[in-house]
Design a protein around this ligand. Structure first.
Ligand SMILES: Cc1cc2nc3c(=O)[nH]c(=O)nc-3n(C[C@H](O)[C@H](O)[C@H](O)COP(=O)(O)OP(=O)(O)OC[C@H]3O[C@@H](n4cnc5c(N)ncnc54)[C@H](O)[C@@H]3O)c2cc1C
Length: 77
């Protein structure tokens, strides 16, 4: 059985390892932190945005963010 090593146990590494396992590969995940998902994947916004890949530090994204922050909420409590 082919052996595959995935470096990094963030969402990308863990998802990749899971998919490879499902396909019958022998997978080992190496992570430098003590637990999985302790870096970028640790506390993201939890937003599911399929096919929305925006560069966070692009000026248009920053301007959009400022506009959103200044907008009144549409939700009432
Ligand atoms: C503030 C913030 C909010 C976000 N909100 C959202 C959101 O709402 N929705 C969304 O879809 N995305 C969001 N994202 C983006 C999303 O979180 C990242 O794209 C995703 O977590 C990246 O996952 P990753 O597995 O590529 O990287 P990481 O989670 O960083 O995983 C990489 C792993 O590799 C390990 N590693 C690196 N080098 C080595 C090495 N040499 N040996 C061993 N291990 C190593 C690291 O320790 C780390 O655990 C957000 C990001 C941020 C910063």
């Amino acid at each position: 059985m082919p052996k595959i090593v995935v470096i990094g146990a963030g969402i990308a590494g863990v998802s990749t390892a899971y998919a490879l396992l499902e396909h019958g590969y022998d997978v080992t995940v190496l992570e430098r932190q003590r637990y999985a998902a302790m870096e970028t994947s640790f506390a993201n916004g939890g937003q599911l945005s399929a096919s929305n890949a925006e560069v966070w530090n692009h000026w248009s994204t920053i301007l959009k963010g400022i506009k959103w922050m200044a907008r009144a909420s549409r939700h009432s409590s």
